[in-house]
Design a protein around this ligand. Structure first.
Ligand SMILES: *Cc1c(COP(=O)(O)O)cnc(C)c1O
Length: 382
């Protein structure tokens, strides 16, 4: 069969046919009970096999070039099920230093209870991951671009390292989205998304996804059906609708983020800008090699001649909010929100200054975003 381009996959892949009325969109099947059919598999939402779940899983798997996928009730349900399915008591996992806060919490608060050992890397080079590998290591886990400094991990090098040492590699690909980065093409085994972010894209859906090979996804499924973290079919249906515009949204966000990063770079009120699309970003060359687009996420440091709180309050269009990747631009101050639980010393080790602002670029007109920032800079001047 002809392999469609990614924009077409967004619109058509996994679409269910409305054979009864010939509607053009997928019908929604809300049943929790299905009559036994000839096949021996029972159909039940918590078995991840209702028609809408199967259709959407096929769409997200196709977007990542994976054989199979499963849709979850949250990004954390996807992360926890993927990790716990491939780890057991006595195993060890190597994790990237700067992970999404919820993932770090899952590991440091829960893994000891299951007898699962773990080590965090001290840097992001493949050699930093390799030095943490123990005889009982089973999984390498990464996130690229990372939060909030958009550091890039070499996917090809980690994929090769995992193969050489017979480990399963997993990546949280949320920040890139399947439009900008497809880790399986670089030899990574399992790709995880918080679909709450770009896949949903409208700040109104909480969901997650895991995709990989048939063999690896079978292991994930065995754990998934026992943990019970499936997404309700109604939200599955909404998420399918959202993904139809994924490529359009993400390209607009890429474009806006690049324009915004360049704009901020020239401002005397901004000390530093972290965006992988900028030549000045430490990992720009690596990002160019493995990403189709540089993404909608960036961060920057506000000069101390400005009041951070006033800056935030003076914005009219841009919303200070924790979540990200929606069509509306949002920002957060990591030292006060996502990374507030770390000591200032630990934050500095990770390069997170108190005046760092993380920005999620929406699809508004760039001129309006610039005006909003210019006004807020004026009003926040000390
Ligand atoms: C938001 C997020 C998660 C967690 O997703 P939820 O849908 O909130 O459970 C995991 N990883 C990354 C990178 C995220 O941004």
């Amino acid at each position: 069969m002809k392999k469609n381009k990614i924009d077409t996959v967004c619109v058509h892949e996994g679409q269910l046919k409305d054979l009864q009325h010939q509607g053009v969109i997928s019908p929604l099947y809300m049943s929790t009970a299905y009559a036994f059919d000839a096949v021996d598999e029972k159909r039940y939402p918590r078995y991840f096999n209702t028609p809408n779940q199967v259709g959407l899983a096929q769409k997200i798997a196709a977007l990542e070039g994976a054989e199979q996928g499963l849709i979850f009730g949250s990004g954390m349900a996807a992360v926890s099920t993927a990790l716990l399915s491939h780890l057991r008591s006595g195993d060890h996992v190597v994790l990237q230093l700067d992970l999404y806060g919820g993932t770090t919490n899952l590991i440091v608060e829960e893994f000891n209870k299951f007898g699962i050992e773990y080590s965090f890397t001290t840097g992001l080079l493949a050699s930093d991951f390799e030095t943490q590998i123990q005889p009982n290591t089973k999984v390498i886990y990464l996130e690229s671009p990372s939060n909030p400094l958009m550091k890039i991990v070499d996917l090809k090098a980690i994929g090769a390292l995992a193969k050489k040492r017979n480990l399963i590699s997993m990546i949280d690909n949320t920040f890139a989205s399947p439009i900008n980065q497809n880790p399986i093409a670089f030899g990574i085994d399992i790709v995880i998304h918080s679909a709450t972010k770009y896949l949903g894209g409208h700040s109104d859906i909480l969901a997650g996804a895991v995709v990989g090979s048939e063999k690896q996804m079978d292991v994930v499924f065995q754990m998934a059906k026992n943990l019970g973290g499936n997404l309700s079919d109604y939200t599955v249906w909404l998420l399918e609708r959202s993904i139809k515009t994924l490529s359009l949204r993400v390209r607009a966000q890429n474009e806006n983020a690049m324009l915004l990063a360049t704009f901020l770079l020239e401002k005397p009120s901004i000390d530093a800008v972290y965006y992988p699309g900028l030549k000045s970003h430490s990992d720009h060359e690596l990002a160019k090699q493995q990403m189709h687009g540089f993404g909608g996420m960036l961060s920057f440091e506000l000069n101390t001649s400005h009041d951070l709180d006033l800056f935030q309050k003076a914005l009219k269009l841009i919303v200070p909010a924790m979540s990200l990747a929606g069509v509306e631009s949002t920002l957060t101050i990591p030292s006060k929100t996502s990374h507030a639980l770390l000591s200032e010393e630990d934050r500095v080790i990770q390069g997170i200054q108190n005046n760092l602002i993380r920005f999620s670029t929406g699809i508004e007109h760039i001129d309006d975003l610039k005006d909003d920032i210019n006004e807020a800079l004026k009003k926040s001047k000390k």
